[in-house]
Structure formats: C-alpha cells, structure tokens
Design a protein around this ligand. Sequence first.
Ligand code: NAD
Length: 481
Amino acid sequence: MDTLANFINGEFTAPVNGKYIENVEPATGRVYGEIPSSSQQDVELAVKAARKALPTWQAMPIEQRAELLFALGAAIEANLESFAKAESKDNGKPISAARTVDIPRAASNFKFFAHAASQFASQAHAVASQAINYTLRQPIGIVGCISPWNLPLYLFTWKIAPALAAGNCVIAKPSEVTPKTAALLGELCQQVGLPKGVLNILHGTGDKVGAAICDHPEIRAISFTGGTSTGAAIARQVAPQFKKLSLELGGKNPALIFADCDIEAAVNQLIRASFANQGQICLCASRIYIERSIYPAFRDAFVEQAQALTPSDPSLDSTQMGAIVSRPHMEKILSYIELAKHEGASILTGGSSLKLNGRCQDGYFISPTVIEGLDNEARCNQEEIFGPVVTLQAFGSDEEALSLANDSQYGLASTIWTQNINRAHRLAEEINTGIVWINTWLERDLRTPFGGMKNSGVGREGGEEAMRFFTEAKNVCIKYK
Ligand code: NAD
C-alpha cells in the first residue's frame, strides 16, 4: 500500500486527523494506495509554515529564486521515467503521453517561470515635467493553488511555478483522484533545497481541505482549475473576503471544418483533438461542425480513424488510448451516451464501455464515440461530457457555423479549419472563445494568455498574465515640480 503524506514546512507529515482516503488505479480498478484526508487543521499548519517562510523568500535575490525553480524543472526531467510511470498509473493515461507531454511540460513550467521571474518588469507613466508614476508589482503573500485530475502535474505546476516565481509562498492541493506526482514533487523540493514552507502540498477532498484553503483569511489569492460548478462555489465562498481569484473552468469546444480545408490534415488533427487523454482535456474538441458539401467525406474518414483507436493497458509503450480516470467519471460519460440515444442520436462508432483482458479486466475503458443526428440544443451538445465522445453536425454558411459555435454557455477554445485567410481572421475575431486555433490544435506557447470566456472562467494564465495575477500592482507617484 502506497501511503502518501502532506508536505508541510519541508517535511512529509501525516494528516492531523489521521484519516485517509483510497487511491485507485483506473486501468485495473484496484486500490493501490491511500492519501491524507486533510482538514482545516492541516491548512493551519501549512499557513503557519508559509507565514514563517515568506520574508526570506520575498527578500531572496531574483536570480537565486529563479535558480531554485530551474533546479526543480531539471530535477523533474532527471526523474522523467519514474514520474511518467506514476502519472500513468494514477490517471490511466498512456505512458507515452505522460512521458512526452505531461512530465516534460511540468518541467518546462518551472523553467519557463524561472526565466519569467528574471524578465518580469513593470511600467512607468511620466507626466511631462511634473511627476512620474511607477508601478510596483509586489508578491501577494500566501496563495492557494487547486488543480484537477486530467493533467495532474502539468496543471499543478502551471500554477505553482508562477506563484513562486512572483515571490509568494504557496499552499497547493492536487486532485484527490490523482495525487501521486504532486507527492513526488515534494521530494524534489527537498532535493533541490527549496526553503522550508515556501511550497506546501496538502492532499484530500475539495469539500474539506479545498474549501478550507479557499476560506483561510491569510491565503489572499486562489488560482483554481476544475469544473464550472466547483468554480462557482469557490467564487461564492471567497467573494466576501475579496480575494484575488483566477478560474480556469470547463469547456464544450467547437471545431469548424470548412470545405476548403486540407481534409486529411483536419481529420488527423481532430482525432487527436477529440480523443487525446481519452477526451479528458479541457481543450478537447467536442462539437464538430462540418460544411455540408464535405460532411459525408469528413464523417466517414473520421469514423474510420476513430474505430482504429482501441483503448488498452496504459502501461504499455504502444498504447495510444488509456483508461477513464475513475468509475464515477466513466459512469457519467456513459450516462451522456445513453442520453444522446434518448435525444434521438445515431451512434456511429463506440457508445459503450470496453472490457479488456488480463491485468486491466476491471479497469475503466470507453471506446472513442462519434455521434450524429442531435440538434445544437440537445444536452449532449450543451453540457460538458469530458470524455472520448464527440458530436457531428452539418452547416451551410459561415454565419451558421459561427452561430452554432457561439451557441454555448462555454467559451474556452475553438479550432477553425480553412485555407481562406479572410474567413479565418474574421471568424477568429467573432468567435467567443479565449483561445482560437486555426488549422491546428493544442499548439502551445507558454507566453500566450490562456483561459476562457463565459462559463469557462475568469482571468488568464500563462506568461505575463500569470505573473500579474500573482502580484499586487501598486502605483507610486512622485511629484517633482
Ligand atoms: P473538480 O472541480 O471536481 O475538482 C478540481 C479541484 O478542485 C480538485 O482538486 C478538487 O478536490 C477541488 N475542489 C472540489 N470542490 C472544491 C471546493 N468546494 N473548494 C475547493 N476546492 C474544491 O474538477 P475535476 O473533475 O477534477 O476536473 C475536471 C474539470 O476541470 C472539467 O470541467 C475540465 O474542463 C476542467 N478543466 C479546466 C481546465 C482549464 O484550463 N480551463 C483545465 C483542465 C480541466
């Protein structure tokens, strides 16, 4: 049994209440570990440690702070294989994805924000011959970072790295569904000599330790990634304390496929965009709109490739599609597929869970599922399913495509597939999503603003946006005449 501990004040610590919750391997359905079911008392200990660490961390020369963050990134790279194995086991994702995407990106997050710390600057505003204003960008103090299970270490470090780079001390909580690599990160903090109390990692459920982090009066900012309803609950909770709040929430991302696109490239990329990480990426395409004249050709090619993608044991090098993260999540996805049938859909491929043999016989697997025949108002086109399920619809004009894409409570990411540069620019301007990819998907540059509109979130992460979020701006005005 792999028993995890909280990481408080640079030490691995059992939860004060002595309670644990089970950790399940999704590919086998078996419990393989336990994690602290932390509570408000553990948050109190973590805040005490962060409070003590804060003056030294803030006073540390930027070069030294950046070196420590860089060392953390390098340490993750040096442990790539063990981290990738742990991530794949904990989450059910293919080991190849953990090895080439999740863990390298977690390392990059630290290295990128190590550089950002040394490049971060603020503005000055001169009033000619009278006065000068300059902006101080000061660390907030103690901040909370709460992350989801779909890209565990990747998203955990995407918050922690800028928070630390900006000079804050951090109380961080990974998802209770995928806690393992966050625990391993604590070991690397010890290894590289991160001062005690600068980063504290607490495990447990959202309603207990997550809510206690949001509620603590000394934690002055919350950076949250997760579901939209959780984001709404957190916003309600922290509003009376006027904390800074960054929310990265759910999506229902449209893909617009025009007749003039490179169909082969669009099919290949959309297969990845729909089914990567078992469709459990907030940026995955889930509503695919296809210009009517190419609908049959696109659909047939897309379904053929989806059928060729078979989920298998995530620990095998050859596996392209792994397990769904948990039984409750698998049941939620399957319930949406049943709903689609009731809503009058045709299931073109997939549509059910899959039973594997051997080690993974009790694991959580769903075949790539492609659905057609639903109206845009159908719940399966409006609600986030967050699994390997996409719907196809035809459109007749640019205006219709845009209106279908924008007819959603969400506004995270979209993709547009066309060779017409005028159309691409016009639609990019008019589509209501925080991220627009044209003839590509998930092409990431860590300097760009990252986040969604409408119910997909508030604020932006990435590059300077993250550094700004994790600092307070203070204007200083000097009158000299
Ligand atoms: P979730 O909202 O259930 O949980 C996310 C985190 O919040 C977990 O650590 C959880 O323990 C914690 N939490 C739950 N209730 C809480 C509360 N009341 N107070 C404080 N913390 C609480 O989300 P999930 O199921 O882990 O992740 C899937 C969701 O995340 C999907 O909706 C997906 O779209 C979204 N997501 C968004 C982005 C983005 O960048 N916009 C990225 C990845 C995932």
